[in-house]
Design a binder for this molecule. Structure first.
Ligand code: C2E
Ligand code: CA
Ligand code: CA
Ligand code: CA
Length: 277
């Protein structure tokens, strides 16, 4: 008998699947949302497969639009990137995440927070400095922060990415390669960059327990992480069979609707209380 509460759990239907069709927004609306601080942060737990404990959370931005309601990142982040607004959004997300970290610390919770960095940020050395400065000012150590960068973003220009990423790593930030498996990088290329974590894209995770092809690819990705000495995370874990498979294949951490959906920062404390033990 395994004492793994997630191994037999039925996932609750996530509200995000019921969300409305794509919301159309304009560039001036995004600019105004930055000025008027209409963004908020949700947090999704990353769970250690070995013991079910929370390892950290990923920050996921939400836009609370005064008329259009809650807008999801895929509906405005690409436009913000295209029009030079992502820099300011990244800094707001960082600041909100730091405030929540301080709040959780005050409640005795020592969590790591992962923040998504846009591909464009890798060319922005000013941003690297601004991130470091804000973290120093907050009294939070860079070791409490992981920066997630997609595999495709890094591989688009390894030399350029290496510069920003090496600086961040030297300062103590964790570096995660996000959406791994979608970018066709070689082990050699990966080894050049000082990553600390490899996050397998959910297209390899969801349904892997029912597909020999997916489970083989999953196993190779987990093996790659191990050979590179990286902490291995699987994203998009929605069902118990995939959870059990990941555990068996030696993946370190799982993130997905099975364990928890993204939630506001104050709900996280209740969630941890209810789910520890
Ligand atoms: P991502 O970094 O790959 O984040 C994971 C996405 O998968 C999130 O969607 C999350 O809510 C969703 N997800 C989590 N568990 C499951 C699951 O079990 N099943 C399924 N089907 N989905 C799951 P979300 O919050 O809509 O974010 C979408 C993308 O927007 C993110 O993908 C990331 O690329 C981007 N994003 C989110 N927040 C930020 C941010 O602060 N800055 C930047 N630059 N990009 C962000
Ligand atoms: Ca991510
Ligand atoms: Ca991802
Ligand atoms: Ca993904």
């Amino acid at each position: 008998i395994t004492l793994d509460k997630y191994a037999n759990k039925k996932p609750t239907p996530p509200p995000e699947l019921n969300r409305q069709a794509k919301v159309v927004v304009s560039v001036p609306e995004i600019a105004s949302a930055i000025i008027n601080k209409q963004f908020t942060t949700y947090f999704q737990p990353k769970i250690l497969l070995a013991n079910g404990m929370i390892k950290g959370v990923e920050t996921l931005i939400r836009w609370q639009h005064p008329e259009k309601g809650m807008i999801m990142p895929n509906d405005f982040i690409p436009l913000a990137e295209e029009h030079g607004l992502i820099h300011d959004i990244t800094l707001q997300v960082l600041e909100m995440s730091l405030e929540w970290l301080q709040y959780w610390h005050a409640h005795g919770l020592n969590l790591n927070v992962a923040i998504n960095l846009s591909s464009l940020s890798l060319a922005d050395l000013g941003l690297v400095e601004q991130i470091d400065q804000r973290v120093s000012n907050s009294g939070i150590t860079p070791q409490s922060i992981t920066l997630e960068i997609t595999e495709t973003a890094v591989m688009a220009d390894v030399a350029l990415s290496l510069n920003s990423l090496a600086r961040l790593r030297l300062k103590g930030f964790g570096l995660s390669i996000d959406d791994y498996g979608t970018g066709f990088s070689s082990m050699q290329q990966l080894a050049r960059i000082p990553f600390t974590e490899l996050k397998i894209d959910r297209s390899f995770v969801d349904g892997a327990s029912d597909s020999l092809q997916l489970s083989n690819m999953l196993s190779i990705a987990i093996e790659t992480a191990r050979k590179l000495g990286l902490h291995c995370v699987a994203e998009g874990v929605e069902n118990a069979d995939d959870w059990v498979l990941l555990k068996r294949l030696g993946c370190d951490t799982a993130q997905g609707y099975l364990a928890a959906k993204p939630m506001p920062g104050d709900e996280l404390i209740d969630w941890i209380k209810q789910n520890s033990k």
